[in-house]
Design a protein around this ligand. Structure first.
Ligand SMILES: [Zn+2]
Length: 480
């Protein structure tokens, strides 16, 4: 049995410290692989808390691993801390007011994500020390969740190989265990090289790269009718070859995001798009270059671990909030796009099926989600992708969500940044820390649960081989 009260209280005792460091990281707002001050703040704090910290791991300056204790089990916690470009926004403000025009902002609340996971790791370490429990607590400082796939590089470096599990969370507008899957994704960059010429007088000498992108777009739009329903094909023309219609464009470039329920299907669709681009090059007599630039896998869920976390969540309860939180959320809710609540409900119907019919009336019209969603094994995927899924191919992985901002808050929005320093946001972080620490503690005191979780993992992995969704020559960093 775990002393629930003791563990929860030890997290509460350090609330101020966790609020301070997450507020700092919110201020830094560092993007993909630039999280130098944010990762240092977390790594320094872990060191101060008695963890052995290894910085600059897996070829990433802003990645680190912190460890305490020794031996088995090895309980891993994943922390993120990167911000999003273009989302600078004043805190506690209900109008769109950037602090710095074009600056970055914590539009996915990773400032509390990294800190909440840290709080869980610290609490578990202290608890194990006080009770003389064997095992290792390990915190993974994971950079660049947004577009950099930092965790894949950690996985490739073998850093999850001896971990018994990876526990993490995501700030959200609901209290839940993420038991659904996520979309695998492949990112393509396609470049066309043509020949410039005067469009009117020497069109016969020119070869048009812009037209090749158009033909590719047309082809891939037709492709949508010949893939399974979960395959999602989106593209952007990132270089249209210039502003002059009287010059034949000799260069053009497009990027594709191709998502599907599984990595295999995403790759198959991407290969078809590659063929389409080659066809477009033949038609336009241009030269094409297709680059597989990145990708993410789908999740291997671990129901044993999810159920343990759900039990703990019921003990902790949903994120608490004040009247003041409610008033602020009501004000900011007015700025959400029309249909925001309907979209929340539609998502629930899609994910939960019949269960949604009981769930939706409990949250409809509310400004703050105040229930814990019932746990069910959701077989299909949510429309998003995350590098947490790649970790799940190496060790049992689980994600908690807590209500950290107004219900229906659009993801990656200025409204989300604006709520990043609210008491509700910090309460959400503390709630998540408690659920994660209790989950870790349960595993430490019950070796049979570790065994069940590991067994499920081995069964799920039988016959599967991890195919890294990144190209073989990929290295951490932005291409653009
Ligand atoms: Zn995120």
């Amino acid at each position: 049995m775990i002393d629930h009260e003791e563990l929860v209280q030890s997290i509460e005792n350090k609330r101020e410290q966790y609020v301070r460091v997450s507020s700092q990281i919110w201020d830094y707002a560092e993007t993909c692989f630039q999280e130098h001050r944010s990762s240092k703040a977390l790594a320094d704090l872990l060191e101060q808390e008695g963890f052995r910290v290894q910085r600059n791991v897996a070829g990433m300056e802003t990645a680190f691993v912190a460890e305490a204790g020794s031996g088995k089990p090895v309980i891993g916690f994943l922390g993120e801390y990167d911000a999003l470009p273009g989302l600078s926004q004043k805190a506690d403000c209900v109008t769109h007011t950037p602090i710095q025009e074009g600056g970055a902002g914590h539009g996915c609340c990773h400032h509390i994500l990294g800190t909440g996971a840290l709080a869980a790791a610290v609490a578990l370490k202290e608890y194990m020390q006080r009770h003389n429990l064997p095992g290792t607590v390990r915190y993974y400082g994971c950079p660049a969740e947004e577009g950099g796939a930092g965790k894949i590089y950690l996985a490739k470096a073998g850093l999850f190989d001896d971990a018994d599990c990876a526990i993490t969370w995501h700030p959200c507008d609901d209290n839940n265990i993420w038991s659904m899957n996520f979309m695998a994704i492949q990112n393509l960059r396609i470049r066309f090289y043509g020949v410039a010429a005067h469009s009117a007088s020497q069109g016969h000498l020119g070869r048009n790269a812009l037209e090749a992108t158009e033909l590719t777009g047309v082809g891939s739009n037709y492709l949508r009718g010949h893939v399974e329903r979960d395959v999602c094909i989106n593209y952007a023309v990132t270089n249209a070859g210039g502003p002059a219609p009287n010059v034949i464009q000799d260069y053009a470039e497009m990027v594709y995001n191709i998502r599907a329920y599984t990595h295999k299907k995403a790759v198959a669709a991407a290969q078809w798009v590659e063929d389409i681009a080659k066809g477009a090059a033949m038609m336009s007599r241009t030269r094409v270059e297709v680059l597989y630039e990145g990708g993410l896998s789908e999740l291997i869920p671990n129901r044993t671990l999810e159920r343990i976390a759900y039990e703990k969540f019921l003990e902790v309860g949903p994120t608490p909030y004040s009247q003041e939180d409610l008033e602020f959320c009501t004000k900011i809710h007015d700025t959400f796009p029309a249909g925001a609540e309907e979209s929340t409900c539609n998502n629930l119907s899609y994910l939960y099926g019949k269960t949604a019919q009981q769930l939706i009336p409990q949250i409809k019209g509310k400004m703050i989600n105040d229930i814990i969603y019932p746990y069910t094994e959701i077989p299909h995927a949510k429309y998003g992708s995350t590098d947490v899924c790649d970790v799940s191919w190496f060790t049992p992985t689980m994600q908690v969500t807590t209500a950290c901002y107004a219900k229906d808050t659009p993801g990656h929005s200025w409204q989300q940044v604006a709520q990043g320093k609210r008491p509700l946001c910090y309460n959400g972080m503390m709630t998540a820390a408690k659920v994660m620490a209790l989950t870790g503690a349960e595993l430490v005191v019950c070796p049979e649960k570790v065994q069940a979780m590991r067994e499920e993992f081995h069964n799920a992995m039988e016959g599967r081989v991890y195919e890294c969704p990144l190209p073989p020559n990929a290295h951490p960093g932005r291409e653009e």
